[in-house]
Design a protein around this ligand. Structure first.
Ligand code: HEM
Length: 179
């Protein structure tokens, strides 16, 4: 039974990682070039539709990574409340513990970037431009959309880079941690 749980936590952790990084890679290298190759209005529709699903899938994967990561630590008896933050004091002062803390900190950065995209950038991108606005207001609105789109691209690339760093740290845990 215990062995099955361990395998289950690892399988879900690894699948979530594959989905999280896979969707970002697909977006950057497949979807975005395709959306840029068609008329801007059509590209905007494709990005909007794809963005809705991307957001749902990536939030689910990110939460599953945290949950299964913590469950794996619990399974290995490394969690402690009170301990050093959430790890046993012995492990917290080892390379393994420092690597876990770094992964957790970077996970928080991914969550913060996710909040920025979901609640600040996406609403600007999916908003419609009211035709009754004056031309200068319409232009301002279009400018905001263009800046939000640029910002979204930068944030998604940063997201991908951070996720890859966390994955390298995760793999290093198998040989005692990297930091
Ligand atoms: C705070 C959240 C996280 C915690 C607590 C956590 C915890 C863990 C643990 C305990 C392991 C197993 C290490 C061992 O075998 O000794 C692991 C492995 C791994 N983690 Fe995470 N992790 C977290 C987030 C992430 C994220 C966000 C990613 C990638 C985007 C990730 C990718 C990996 C990978 C690739 C491995 C190595 C393969 C494996 O053993 O499954 N982890 N993680």
């Amino acid at each position: 039974m215990n062995l099955n749980l361990e395998v289950l936590y690892q399988a879900v952790h690894d699948l979530s990682f594959a989905v999280y990084v896979g969707t970002l890679v697909y977006s950057e290298f497949v979807l975005e070039p395709a959306a840029s190759a068609v008329a801007p209005a059509q590209g905007a529709v494709v990005r909007r539709r794809a963005g809705e699903r991307h957001m749902l899938i990536n939030w689910s994967a990110l939460l599953l990574l945290l949950i299964t990561g913590v469950l794996r630590l619990g399974y290995m008896n490394l969690l402690a409340f009170p301990g050093t933050f959430f790890l046993t004091t012995r492990v917290a002062s080892s390379a393994y513990g420092r690597t876990i803390f770094t992964m957790f900190g970077l996970w928080c950065v991914l969550a913060a970037l996710g909040l920025l995209m979901t609640f600040a950038l996406r609403p600007v991108l999916i908003g419609k431009i009211d035709p009754t606005l004056t031309s200068s207001e319409r232009e301002r609105r279009q400018q905001r959309m263009v800046s939000a789109a640029r910002m979204m691209t930068i944030v998604m690339r940063a997201d991908l880079a951070i996720a890859v760093v966390i994955a390298v740290l995760g793999v290093s845990l198998g040989s005692g941690g990297l930091i």
